[in-house]
Design a protein around this ligand. Structure first.
Ligand code: SAH
Length: 288
């Protein structure tokens, strides 16, 4: 096991990587807020900077566009190395399709290790799938996965394989970056693949701009969700074979019904805190 050494941090340089959640202050963690407050330099996409602009008085702010990530990561690292307190902000969680991984690649490229400046601190954030799920019920109550449909940095055939595998394995699927102005084909192909494994009435939620002023929520199904607008600010949540709708909520059950009645009685043949007992057909004994 590698021993983890703490930074000697001679010049006091700190690089904070902070996820700011879906887009309003009530969903930023207090720790990430502190990371923004303590910074003298804040770096992020223009859209994210706008979401926290009321916290930025008196700080140097670098806003960047969509295609400047590498440069942005480099400048964050080098400013922190020089001794500044730099906070790189990302929407949601910075490690989920965000900048955190790229920062590590930049650090690796410059031969950095944990004993050197800058000291690195990473602050988790509420990622889009949590935020969007909370707006539609409990769609992630059983195994789920996230797949980004963006083929800007990933070959499309590799993405197709993941959609196919996730659909086959009955994961609830959360699609990030489902479409953009120029990129519309991917979501259509994703629907075709998933329909090979799931019924047309499988619940699908489209959540746009969760917890932002333009928030919009649509509950549809696998056959019909493409009838609605899907863009860069949308996350698509596709139910598993178990997901159901209840009074406008999307719910994926954890499996209690396989072992208990809704009054909490254990079903015959089952034992609490023991593996589920199956019949000869692989169906839970006594269950729904
Ligand atoms: N780091 C971010 C994800 C960045 S990828 C996170 O953890 O949430 C960008 C994609 O995230 C968008 O295309 C969209 O699919 C999703 N997304 C980010 N914020 C969102 C929000 N507020 N509402 C809905 N989807 C969002």
């Amino acid at each position: 096991m590698q021993e983890i050494k703490s930074s000697d941090n001679q010049n006091g340089g700190i690089l904070n990587i902070a996820g700011i959640g879906p887009g309003n202050d009530r969903h930023i963690t207090p720790a990430a807020l502190d990371a923004i407050r303590e910074a003298d330099l804040v770096i992020g996409y223009a859209t994210y900077i706008k979401l926290v602009k009321h916290l930025l008085d008196g700080k140097q702010v670098v806003r960047t566009g969509m295609t400047e990530e590498i440069e942005r990561a480099r400048s964050a690292v080098s400013a922190a190395k020089e001794g500044r307190i730099v906070t790189l902000v990302s929407s949601g969680d910075a490690g989920v399709y965000g900048m955190a991984g790229l920062v590590f690649q930049v650090l690796q490229d410059m031969g950095w290790d944990r004993t050197q400046n800058p000291e690195l601190r990473i602050f988790p954030g509420i990622t889009a799938l949590n935020a969007c799920a909370s707006l539609v019920g409990a769609p992630l109550g059983h195994d789920f996965c996230a797949i980004s449909l963006s083929d800007l940095l990933t070959p499309w055939p590799a993405i197709v394989r993941k959609i196919e595998a996730a659909a086959m394995a009955d994961f609830v699927i959360s699609l990030y970056n489902p479409a953009s102005g120029r990129r519309q084909k991917q979501i259509v192909e994703a629907q075709e693949i998933i329909k090979k494994y799931r019924g047309g009435n499988t619940p699908v939620a489209l959540v746009k701009s969760a917890y932002r002023s333009r928030e919009n929520i649509i509950i549809s199904d696998l056959d019909h969700f493409l009838d609605y607008e899907i863009g860069m600010l949308t996350t698509v949540l596709i139910g598993s074979s178990q997901t159901f709708l209840f009074d406008g909520y999307m719910v994926t059950p954890r499996g209690y019904q396989n072992k208990y009645t809704m009054e909490g009685e254990v079903l015959e043949g089952q034992t609490p805190a023991r593996s589920l007992v199956l019949d000869n057909n692989g169906i839970p004994n006594g269950g729904a």
